[in-house]
Design a protein around this ligand. Structure first.
Ligand code: FEO
Length: 395
């Protein structure tokens, strides 16, 4: 069912309660998601974004219950990843000549996905579309998070249709931020930022400052996933400004994989040492082979320092750690410190390899790391505690 947001704007998207994986297997979803599409009715009628392809028929059928499709004057495609453009073919079969407003890059992406010669209208920052009493103002937002991304601001109603920015993979029935469980909402919002937007933090800061400089009143932020920020919408902007600014809490994450528990014992000793040196610091101890990778990235995002451990195997490191390091590299974290640790039986290259990877990923390396031969005895465990203390003191 469509949901009325204001006299002129209705939500016509799809809540996907069952979603578990997103971006292929790259993003784990714990609490569902939504693909938010909006129907704007002034003197002209505008559809902003569509939904993911598996829901295309349902989307179009429900849209028909709300409006005669021929009454849609314009379509705005803020961003054309398949979760927002996926229902375009089904919709355009019904209204093939309807103009699609998007960035020039957006047009290329739509053409590349669907190979259709639809009626594209390219827009740039500052371009406007008169729809009656209100106007739509377009703001390009390249790399937030794709090169085609843009936002659309509606005057009069003072709504920012921000697409992926300010979103969360979080299914709710009520749609609004103030009626959601706040702990769950912010857990999903920070996970979304940490895993999707961190690499583009410079763009986030610049774009928010650019939009704030326009002094536009914003009564609602309507993203393309999750809740609509209706109650104090500035709160999520303030969080984004913090998250984009080399975000770190007083937290240290120790993440490791272990073959025969020696590296696990090292991790526990190091955690004990950190806690002795600084009882105020939050410590997260995570086995990367047993923990969701996106949750690990979220904890690293929150941390001021990270210790990464692996047993050495076949002159290298365990695959859950190497996969995680590859993700860490892509995140382009800033302002974080790190070191490595791990047990070994004969060659023992793992610690050096992890240290090199962290260094190349922009971490400030605290020390050469800690290596232990075979299984830690009491003295070796004590050395891990000592290492943890020194690591903490060096931060
Ligand atoms: Fe929600 Fe970038 O698509």
């Amino acid at each position: 069912m469509a949901k009325k947001l204001t006299e002129k704007v209705a939500w016509v998207g799809k809540v996907d309660w069952e979603l578990k994986r997103f971006h292929g297997d790259e993003y784990s979803v714990d609490k569902g998601s939504s693909y938010n599409s909006y129907l704007v009715r002034d003197e002209k009628t505008v559809l902003i974004d569509t939904v993911w392809q598996p829901f295309d028929k349902e989307f179009v059928a429900r849209l028909k219950q709300e409006i005669d499709l021929k009454q849609i004057d314009y379509i705005v495609a803020n961003h054309n990843e398949i979760d927002h453009s996926g229902a375009l073919p089904e919709l355009m079969r019904e209204i093939p000549g309807t103009p699609i407003y998007c960035t020039a890059t957006g047009e290329k992406i739509i053409r590349g996905h669907f190979h259709q010669d639809w009626n594209f209208v390219n827009v740039k920052t500052g371009d406007t579309l008169d729809i009656g009493q209100s106007k739509l103002v377009f703001v390009e937002a390249p790399m937030l998070h794709w090169p085609d991304s843009m936002m659309t601001y509606m005057t009069g109603e003072n709504i920012l249709f921000s697409n992926d920015a300010f979103g969360q993979h979080f299914a709710t029935e009520t749609l609004y931020n103030d009626t959601a469980d706040q702990a769950e909402l912010y857990e999903e919002a920070i996970k979304y930022y940490a895993n999707i937007l961190t690499p583009f933090s410079n763009f986030v800061t610049k774009k928010i400052q650019e939009v704030l400089a326009l002094n536009l009143p914003v009564s609602m932020i309507c993203p393309s996933h999750g809740v609509i920020w209706k109650e104090n919408p500035a709160q999520i902007i303030e969080h984004y400004l913090k998250w984009a600014d080399s975000y770190r809490e007083n937290q240290i994450t120790i993440v490791y994989d272990t073959m025969w528990e020696s590296t696990r014992k090292m991790a526990e000793g190091i955690a004990e040492g950190i806690n002795i040196a600084d009882p105020t610091v939050k410590i997260k101890l995570i086995n990367s082979a047993k923990t969701d990778k996106n949750d690990v990235i979220t904890q690293i995002f929150r941390s001021k320092a990270v210790l990464v451990g692996s047993s050495t195997i076949n002159n290298g490191i365990l695959h859950s750690v190497s996969g995680l390091l590859e993700m860490i590299k892509g995140m382009k974290f800033k302002g974080k410190k790190g070191s490595a640790f791990g047990s070994y039986g004969w060659s023992g290259e793992g610690v050096k390899q992890i240290t090199k990877f962290l260094d190349e990923s922009g971490f400030d390396i605290v020390n050469d790391g800690q290596r232990l031969l075979w299984v830690p005895d009491e003295a070796a465990y004590a050395s891990c505690v000592e290492y943890g203390k020194k690591f903490s003191e060096a931060l």
